[in-house]
Design a protein around this ligand. Structure first.
Ligand code: NDP
Ligand code: GDR
Length: 345
């Protein structure tokens, strides 16, 4: 009998790559979908014949219990979150409800459907549903050591980072309290052509494509000095899956160990279409964050040695991949637009 996985956040970047990866491994894949006529469901329409959708929301405990009852998964991947860090200052309570309390709600739902007794705690859970929590390098925030590893102390710099830290600790707590196979993947930034347009790499690749085609003339950015450890999302979903296949549950840092600044990202992206970034990029001070995470760099030694995980795409390849994809898309749109104006009267 093939394994069955339930993914929250299936309409997001990672959800789509993870669904494809699990399907390729022979899994039956279910995706939790929230809201009425969720428009982002259309974005994953290519998966619609292979993935089964179930309604539910991390804000609604009963919907999670109902989803688990319906799906009876072997593995739950909790990728659902409000993932754009600046939004966490604008709507801090909502972000905390989804990104922190949402984790607790899912863990409680798993505990309930697994019949794990709160008063007794202890074992029994390891044979049941395995749980992956999408934790984040944002938990490290203002870093106390470089590179960051599993034992590095957290100093979150945003309500998003603080909420993710709660999700991380409550996952570990349910593992220790109830013997659940519950793990936290402390993943560093990962990108792809499917990345949301609000994140800096995709904002850059989209703008470079538009500028190259003469459809845009400026790109406004915030802090060009911020440094990140950026990898390819397709590589990182393999690590999520591997974390749930181990004999013992444990938390892992996942990143490339290579760092670049936002300025490097801009330069490489413009270079890939033979343009000079300094002719096009301007600073918008409103895009600078109230508290910034200056530098993040992963030490993924444990993931590499225990999981056998390795990244396969370097940063320049990643930026090229994203720019090429956005150029293809922008060209199609331009040609379609030209066609429209040519045929209109
Ligand atoms: P996206 O922003 O692309 O996707 C977020 C997903 O969460 C969407 O499918 C969204 O669904 C869903 N979601 C939002 N609110 C709720 C809710 N109330 N209940 C259920 N689902 C909800 O994020 P990514 O794919 O990039 O990231 C996946 C996860 O990994 C997130 O938790 C993120 O915080 C975390 N992470 C990401 C990293 C990265 O670099 N990409 C690095 C480290 C951690 P909808 O369509 O309904 O809005
Ligand atoms: P991040 O990603 O906040 O690290 O969170 P993002 O791409 O938004 O920012 C990275 C860095 O770039 C700087 N920056 C800008 N960022 C954006 N979005 N727009 C700009 O115009 C801009 N100019 C400079 C930022 O200040 C920041 O330092 C991502 C998300 O996927 C989280 O959900 C995840 O947990 C972390 O990565 C790891």
């Amino acid at each position: 009998m093939s394994k069955c996985a339930l993914i929250t956040g299936i309409t997001g970047q990672d959800g789509s790559y993870l669904a494809e990866h699990l399907l390729a491994q022979g899994y039956r894949v279910w995706g939790l979908i929230r809201g009425q006529a969720n428009p982002r469901k259309l974005r994953i329409s290519r998966l619609a014949s292979d993935v089964t959708f179930v309604d539910g929301d991390l804000m609604d405990q009963a919907s999670l219990v109902a989803a688990l009852d319906a799906v009876q998964p072997d593995e739950v991947y909790n990728l659902g979150a409000i993932s754009f860090v600046p939004m966490s200052w604008q709507q801090s309570e909502l972000v905390t409800e989804v990104n922190a309390m949402g984790v607790l709600r899912m863990l409680e739902a798993i505990r309930m459907v697994s019949g794990l007794d709160k008063s007794r705690g202890g074992g029994g859970g390891r044979r049941g549903i395995r749980f992956y929590q999408a934790s984040s390098s944002e938990m490290f925030g203002k870093v106390t050591e470089t590179p960051q590893r599993e034992t590095t102390i957290f100093h979150p710099r945003s309500p998003y980072g603080a909420a993710k830290a709660y999700g991380h600790f409550i996952t570990r707590n349910y593992r220790e309290s109830f013997g659940m196979y519950a793990v936290s993947g402390m993943l560093f930034n990962h990108e792809s052509p499917r990345r949301g347009a609000e994140f800096v790499t995709r904002k850059i690749s989209l703008a470079v494509a538009q500028i190259k085609l003469g459809l845009q003339d400026k790109l406004f950015l915030g802090n060009l000095d911020a440094v990140r450890d950026w990898g390819f999302a397709g590589d990182y979903v393999r690590a999520m899956h591997l974390m749930l296949q181990q004999d013992e549950p444990s938390d892992y840092v996942v990143g490339t160990g290579r760092i670049h600044s936002v300025r490097d990202a801009v330069r490489m992206a413009f270079e890939s279409v033979d343009l000079d970034w300094e002719d096009y990029v301007a600073i918008d001070p409103t895009l600078v964050r109230p508290a910034e995470v200056e530098t993040l760099c992963a030490d993924s030694t444990r993931a590499r040695t225990e999981l056998g995980w390795e990244p396969t795409v370097d940063f320049r390849e990643l930026m090229n991949m994203m720019v090429e994809s956005d150029l293809r898309q922008a060209s199609r749109e331009r040609d379609y637009g030209d066609l429209l104006s040519a045929t209109s009267w």
